[in-house]
Design a protein around this ligand. Structure first.
Ligand SMILES: [Zn+2]
Length: 274
């Protein structure tokens, strides 16, 4: 019955194609004010879908960008609150007391799964404004998405030993330093955004492979759209990630691709409880 077989095979084709493309949890996206004009929310969501993203952790300067994307695709976008109203706040927020009422007002009005991504280094982590942000995150049970050095991560844990921290870019640290931190802190996860040495040429180097095997539950991928142009890199980044993930055992690759993100944010529900 060749005809029936052909029909059956045709019916299976779309399934086979989607199975080949591993879903991705992109743990590091921003949709900041300078991206909105040229890339409306519907177009931004179309890019995320084209990239085959299962879910995405999104934070923006200002927060309205995150809210627009979340409204457009609540099942896809996981909202995170940055302490930045504009790009300029990145350099000044740690000493800017107006950041605190901004965060408090946003937390009253909206729902978030995380606080960040924020930039915080060394002793600045103990300044009053960051300390208040860390306390707010604890109060609201938010994951902290920290672009920080080792010293600042340690200071955050001294303020809140139970904090769940997603360490942006794994601190741009070498694998040995990342290992030390992961061994020390059970509630520390890493995104690998904006770095390439762990997967250049579709190959995972031996020191990264060993680290990922030791901590299969702690790594995730991310594009980091820190400028509007980088939105056009999200699809390519997902493809690049799938290439190096393909060099790992399939179960480990799946964890890093999306399962670890899903697990960390399993508490998050897109709709508020009735
Ligand atoms: Zn970022």
């Amino acid at each position: 019955m060749p005809t029936r077989l052909a029909v059956l095979l045709l019916a299976m084709l779309p399934l086979a194609a989607s199975a080949a493309e591993m879903p991705i949890f992109d743990a590091h996206l921003h949709y900041s004010h300078d991206a909105w004009a040229n890339l409306p929310p519907a177009d931004a969501i179309a890019i995320l879908r084209k990239a085959g993203l299962r879910r995405a952790l999104v934070s923006s300067s200002g927060d309205d960008g995150t809210q627009r994307l979340f409204d457009a695709a609540p099942g896809l976008v996981i909202p995170s609150l940055r302490p930045y109203r504009t790009r300029g706040d990145v350099a000044t927020w740690v000493r800017d007391e107006t950041v605190v009422p901004f965060l408090e007002e946003r937390l009253r009005a909206g729902r978030y799964a995380a606080m960040g991504e924020f930039h915080l280094y060394g002793a600045d982590a103990d300044l009053p404004v960051p300390a208040r942000m860390i306390a707010l995150a604890r109060e609201h049970k938010l994951v902290l998405h920290a672009h920080s050095d080792v010293d600042a991560i340690e200071r955050i844990y001294r303020q809140d030993p139970a904090a769940r921290i997603l360490w942006a870019h794994a601190g741009f640290e070498r694998p040995d330093a990342v290992r030390d931190m992961l061994r020390k802190h059970v509630n520390l996860w890493c995104d690998l955004a904006f770095r390439t040495e762990h997967g250049a040429g579709g190959k995972v180097p031996v020191e990264w492979r060993a680290l990922m095997r030791e901590f299969p539950d702690r790594f995730m991928v991310g594009t980091d759209t820190f400028t509007p142009e980088r939105w056009h890199y999200i699809v390519e980044h997902a493809g690049w990630s799938r290439a190096w993930l393909g060099d790992l055992p399939p179960a480990l690759a799946e964890r890093i691709a999306w399962r670890n993100g899903d697990a960390l944010f399993s508490f998050w529900k897109p709709a508020a409880a009735p």
